[in-house]
Design a protein around this ligand. Sequence first.
Ligand code: C5P
Length: 209
Amino acid sequence: MIIAVDGPTASGKGTIAKQLAAHFGVPHLDTGLLYRAVGQQVALGGGDPDREADALSACAFPDALLADPILRSEEVGGLASRVSVHPAVRAALFERQRAFAEQPGGAVLDGRDIGTVIAPDADVKLFITASVQERARRRWLEMTSAHIGREDEIPLAEIEKDIVRRDARDINRADAPLKAAPDAMVIDTTRFGKEEAFETVLEAVEEKL
Ligand code: C5P
């Protein structure tokens, strides 16, 4: 069973994917982390995104690298969204994601192009979304409680602007843009708390299976 979870930043897709994986007892891959690792390496090395993606996909991303909390920062999210427009970066990361999706017993993957490119044959496709204002509010709360660097001091309006910029880059890129697969179930979590969002998703998934 493959479950594909796509959606824009701070839509709740990561939490929902994790909860679904735990519920069904299957492994979960947050594919954004792969792009974040490339973005981070490119920034550190002052390097070329295509070369970094090849090097990183060849070393298969040790778990220690993907577990680095710095990868979760807004800054690295922005770097990830910039490197992810390069087709060679996407191609270098394809096999690892595909292999993860195909493992026996199933998997849950979340990202931007899981239902459209990585696992177009997924049994369940979800597109999780929420209003820009609500996503900015959630990101702000997350930052304030996590106290990551000085990010807790970023005003809400700045976060909102950043989300709009990141959405535009992800939606408008030529290769694997952010969009719902035609057969995806679109779930808007704007008015839901975390529990309600998961209940709604689980109901939709169980109906589909
Ligand atoms: O999901 P997350 O915010 O961690 O993703 C960071 C960036 O990586 C996204 O803004 C997007 O540009 C890119 N990404 C992507 N395809 C994916 C996952 C993430 O292009 N499957």
